[in-house]
Design a protein around this ligand. Structure first.
Ligand code: SF4
Length: 457
């Protein structure tokens, strides 16, 4: 019965648009851009071949796979997108929601109702939802510094990729985590799998980046980034529970900061994402020249923390992790300690909250706990990567309502404690924000993070 089939297909295909527009209406005090961006981040995007890049040979900046895969299918199932990379980010404008410029990180999902393709006649790129055009799409231009290689033939994209429309240099200097296997790896994290899949596909993917390579790549960026669009670097990678190159975690990551600050003093804001370390180690980060410290707590709820981040529970423990966040605030100043959590994993089956109300109440309790002491967490939107336990069991991620209500709760809790958004993320506000893996910066008012705070000295 073709008629019945098309009627049921219509009912299904209408549903996502209704969901998104219903939430835009219900939360009319939040920017529409933020609602759409959250849905794109949790769902991923299907790319037509015509919307893929020519890797490093073209005019568009390709997706660098800067730490995790951030794809909703394994590389081997991405079809043409595995050979010709998609762009790193999209800039969405216009359409029926009159979008102000919205920067969204690219997560590939061939099954997504969102699709980017090129109009056959005008050649313009568009984003559609369930076949209806909803935005014009701009792509990041290939930066000049990506066109130059290191002396040893490595690419700048592999060694020192930039994200957030060029604002942040993302230095994943250790491509593996020493929390290993089901009893230690965080349930949402595919860092170790991503390393394996890129190696299997024969892509260049360095486990431990030599300091000299990082400096050389940064020198190329410094030379060709003539508009000084790059403002910050993040040093990160997996947790170090023993040593790497004979160094424990603070000295392993710290040696990069030390080398960078010696060679390029104050050229960029230095950030490090690492475990919550004892105060003396944290002081070493500061001494090495780091400005912002991200000891990510991942999920607030006590039971969920031990189940979702078993390695963190085992090596440090939840209460100690939190205590060390406040110790770090004494070293860096509370505004400069910005722990991340992964928004959405608290609703992941089989352990998570079943009701949005309960998940929001729990996460808000965590926000309140930190913000009442002057520490402003930030969050990234969970991408359910299929090779992780939580992604495998929750291919659709968390409900969009959860993500939208979290934006609201975050904004309210900041206001309640009289805090500003965290520094080092660029200018806030819809139309300005460049933070591409969550819309929390799109949601805040522009005057809350003026230029001088976006780029602290
Ligand atoms: S600490 Fe957790 S989130 Fe971070 S790299 Fe290791 S497994 Fe992944």
């Amino acid at each position: 019965m073709p008629g019945t089939q098309s009627a049921s297909v219509a009912a299904v295909t209408e549903s996502r648009t209704h969901l998104v527009e219903g939430l835009m209406q219900r939360f009319g005090h939040l920017p529409r851009e933020a609602v759409l961006k959250e849905d794109l981040l949790r769902t991923g995007i299907d790319f037509a071949d015509s919307a893929l890049t020519d890797n490093l040979d073209g005019e568009v900046k390709p997706k660098s796979y800067f730490i995790f895969s951030f794809d909703q299918k394994p590389l081997a199932e991405l079809g043409a997108a595995a050979k010709r990379r998609p762009p790193e980010e999209l800039a969405l404008t216009g359409g029926p929601y009159a979008l102000r410029r919205t920067i969204v990180s690219v997560r590939v999902n061939p099954d997504s109702p969102y699709r980017v393709e090129r109009e056959p006649e005008s050649r313009a790129l568009t984003l559609s939802l369930e076949g209806r055009l909803i935005a014009d799409v701009g792509l990041p231009p290939m930066p000049e510094y990506y066109r130059h290689e290191l002396a040893n033939g490595k690419t700048v994209m592999e060694t020192a990729p930039t994200i957030q429309w060029g604002y942040l240099i993302y230095l994943t200097v250790l491509r593996l985590c020493q929390y290993f296997g089901a009893h230690e790896e965080c349930g949402f994290c595919d860092i170790n799998h991503n390393w394996r899949q890129h190696k299997r596909e024969g892509r260049p993917y360095t486990g431990v980046k030599p300091v000299a390579d990082v400096l050389e790549a940064l020198a190329i960026i410094d030379r060709y980034d003539t508009t000084k669009a790059s403002k910050a670097y993040t040093l990160t990678g997996g947790s170090v529970t023993s040593t790497v190159d004979g160094l424990a975690e603070a000295d392993f990551y710290g040696r990069y900061a030390q080398a960078i600050e010696e060679r390029f003093p104050h050229r960029w804001i230095g950030k490090v994402v690492a475990q919550a370390l004892p105060k003396a180690d944290v002081q070493r980060y500061k001494d090495y020249g780091i400005t912002i410290y991200h000891p990510n707590y991942e999920v607030w709820d006590k039971r969920l923390f031990s189940l979702i981040s078993p390695g963190k529970e085992r090596y440090v423990g939840r209460e100690e992790w939190h205590r060390r966040i406040f110790d770090a605030a004494e070293v860096f100043g509370p505004r400069y300690v910005i722990p991340n959590f992964v928004a959405g994993v608290e609703m992941a089956k089989p352990f998570g909250f079943a009701a949005v109300d309960d998940a929001i109440a729990s996460t808000t309790e965590g926000l309140d706990y930190f913000m009442s002491r002057g520490v402003t967490p930030r969050f990234t939107t969970w991408c359910p990567e299929p090779t992780t336990p939580l992604g495998r069991d929750n291919p659709n991620g968390a409900p969009l309502e959860y993500h939208v209500r979290l934006l609201d709760a975050y904004r309210e809790t900041l206001a309640k404690h009289g805090l500003k958004p965290p520094p080092g993320y660029g200018v806030a506000g819809a139309g300005n924000a460049v933070f591409s893996v969550s819309s929390f910066m799109d949601t805040l008012a522009p005057e809350e993070v003026p230029v001088e705070e976006a780029v602290p000295a």
